[in-house]
Every structure is written in C-alpha cells, then in structure tokens.
Write a protein that binds this ligand. Structure first.
Ligand code: SAM
Ligand code: FES
Length: 345
C-alpha cells in the first residue's frame, strides 16, 4: 500500500500536499476504493441504509447559479405538496420498510415555521420509531430549534464550498458562506444529527477548494456527508459549464470514508445520473446510504435540479426494489433500521 493511503487508513492527518496528490492523481484509485470499503465494513459491515426522500416543494426564494429550481428559472413548473400528500408519502414509505423520512425542498416561504412544525409533529406522532430529516435550507436558530422541538432530529445542509471566494462565484450576493456555516454550527448545537457536503466539479472549483472542503468537514465533524457531481442544467447561468467527473467523485467518497470512517455517506442520485452504475460504484468506493424517492410520481420530474435526473418515473415501491437489486449486485445489503451514526467502534 502506498504511504499516503496507509497514513490515511491509520487515521493520521494528511498534509495539504498529500491531500493534493491523492485528490488530483488517478494512480491511487483502486487502492483507495478497497481501503475505503474495508473501513466502511469495519463500522457498518455490508449494511446500506435507506432514506425515503420526499421532495415536497420546488419553489425557492434563492437563485443559486447552479440549480435548476432557482427562483430565476421562469421555465420551471412549480409544485407544492400538501401536508396530507406528505403524510401519504410517509405512509407508503413506512409500509415499504423506510424508517427515515427526508423532507427536502427549495427555500419556500409558503411553508412557515408553524406549518413545518405541524407537518413534523404529525409525522413524529404517526411514526415514533422513525428519524425525521429536514433539508430546507438556511433558517434562523430559533426556527431550527422549533423544528427540533416538533420532532425533527436530522438536518441536511451542504456547505457547497468552504472557500468564501468560490462560494461567491456560485451564489448571488444575498447569500454568504458565513451564514451557511452559522446554520451548520447552530444545527449541531441544538442537537441535530447534521449532514453537510458539496458538489464535485462545480464551476471554478479547484483542488485547493476541495482541500478546504475536507478541512471544514474535519472541523464540523458532521454525522452525514453528502457529495455528488455537479451536473449542468440548461436554464441556469452555468449552462455552458461541464458536469463533474465520476472518477473524481468516487475518489472523494473514498477519502471521506477514510477521514470519517463513522460517517453516513450517501451514494447519490446525481452519481447515478452521470453513470448508469454510478450508485453501485459509489457504494464500492465507501458510501453506505441510498435515498430512494418517495415523492408522488406526478411531481418528480419537476424537482429538476439538473438535467436527465434519474428515477423520475418510478413508483416508490419500484424505486425501493430497483435500489435493492443494485445494492445487492454491488455486494451489500439494504437494511430497514433507522440507521443512526456509529461514532464509537
Ligand atoms: N434548499 C435546500 C438546501 O439549500 O440545502 C435543499 C435543496 S438543494 C436543491 C439540495 C442540494 O442539491 C444542494 O445542496 C446542491 O448541492 C444540490 N444541487 C443543486 N443543483 C445541483 C446541480 N446542478 N448538480 C448537482 N447538485 C445540485
Ligand atoms: Fe434553492 Fe436550488 S436555488 S433549492
């Protein structure tokens, strides 16, 4: 085993120069993937956790330059799910074995804190044995606290990039890296299991930026780390920038697994979108979570963050079945447990 990978396996802190070499060279790929697989098996065996994703609104007040549902995309067909529709998704998901529901959406002021709390507490009442994850963007600490008290216990908020200059190139002026960071530390302080992450290959991203992302995560110590390739969307200012690469995304997944052996790391839909076996390859590179879609089929194609997004025509049960086969073909096994993070092994 090469010195760098061995050092990483022993959980020693790599220098920026060593990280640079690992990230930017493809000579370590197979070695990295198998070292990462070993680390995931030590913590999680062959288990893959499933999270039921409910994309409940594609309205968003933000205008992130990379995102297909940004407010400035006047061609997007907008939708919102009612509380009853969201509860129906949970009911179907529970029957299919899901024990985590992820409510994700744009930052949509229609869903006031009161309404979010009402939805969360009804889910909590109906499914006391489930985890409720929110992924609804940047809010005040008081709002996060209210959702937590209503019964939410996990929150996903990718930091997107830990370099404020790069952040400024991906977002309009009314958004800031400082606020994103503030949100993540507030969420942790409140007691959420927190997930952060970033896109691989986003426009203007450098290897130095990726190193800053890893350093930021080392400081935050999140429970979940979601990364996936950036994928172009035609109706954004980044229409001419190319999508992120499969190999680099896999390499970063492996590095994350070795840096954070305890973490819950999804093999994302974006990875499955850029390569037909992307999610299987993500699992083999160290990921241990998949997030099948539980949203009603009638709205799925409208949650179009990027082009050619997969799984927009399948019913929830088909999504679950398809992923189960894919996970098995990669040599792992889906479990229906709530799947909390394992920090002490
Ligand atoms: N509004 C919430 C938030 O900001 O966290 C959740 C929804 S947002 C669409 C979820 C994630 O989608 C973002 O954190 C971003 O990393 C990812 N995303 C958006 N546009 C993308 C694109 N073009 N390619 C890949 N991922 C994208
Ligand atoms: Fe808000 Fe993408 S700009 S979800």
């Amino acid at each position: 085993m090469s010195d760098i990978v061995e050092k990483l396996c022993k959980n020693k802190n790599l220098s920026d120069e060593e990280l640079f070499e690992l990230i930017s060279s493809d000579k370590y790929d197979e070695e990295l993937y198998s070292a990462a697989d070993k680390a995931r098996r030590r913590f999680y065996g062959d288990k893959v956790y499933i999270r039921g994703l409910i994309e409940f609104t594609n309205y968003c007040k933000n205008n992130c330059y990379y995102c297909g549902i940004r407010s400035g995309n006047k061609n997007a067909v907008r939708y919102r799910l009612t509380k009853e529709e969201i509860l129906d998704c949970c009911k179907e998901g529970y029957a299919l074995g899901f024990r985590t529901f992820v409510l994700q959406g744009g930052e949509d002021p229609y869903y006031t804190d009161e309404l979010i709390c009402e939805i969360v507490s009804e889910i909590r009442k109906g499914y006391p044995d489930c985890a409720i994850t929110l992924s609804i963007g940047e809010k005040s600490k008081d709002s996060y606290l209210a959702y937590f008290k209503a019964g939410a216990n996990r929150y996903l908020l990718r930091h997107e990039t830990a370099d404020s200059g790069h952040y400024g190139k991906l977002h309009p002026k009314d958004m800031s890296y400082d606020n994103r960071r503030r949100c993540l530390y507030d969420l942790k302080e409140i007691g959420y299991q927190v997930g952060s992450g970033f896109m691989v290959g986003s426009p203007f991203q450098t290897t130095e930026n990726l190193i800053s992302d890893l350093r930021f995560l080392q400081d935050l110590k999140p429970d979940m780390i979601g990364i996936g390739p950036y994928i172009t969307h035609e109706q954004t200012p980044f229409a001419k920038y190319k999508s992120g690469a499969l190999e680099l995304t896999l390499r970063i997944i492996s590095i994350l697994r070795l840096l954070f052996p305890y973490a819950l790391i999804p093999s994302t839909t974006a990875l499955g979108t850029i390569h037909p076996n992307g999610r299987e390859l993500g699992l083999k590179a160290g990921a241990n979570v998949v997030m099948p879609n539980l949203s009603p089929v009638k709205v799925r194609k409208f949650y179009e963050l990027y082009e050619n997004k997969i799984c927009t025509g399948e019913e929830a049960a088909q999504c679950r079945g398809c992923l189960e086969r894919r996970v098995e073909s990669a040599g792992y096994r889906i479990v229906t447990a709530v799947g909390d993070v394992k920090k002490n092994i």
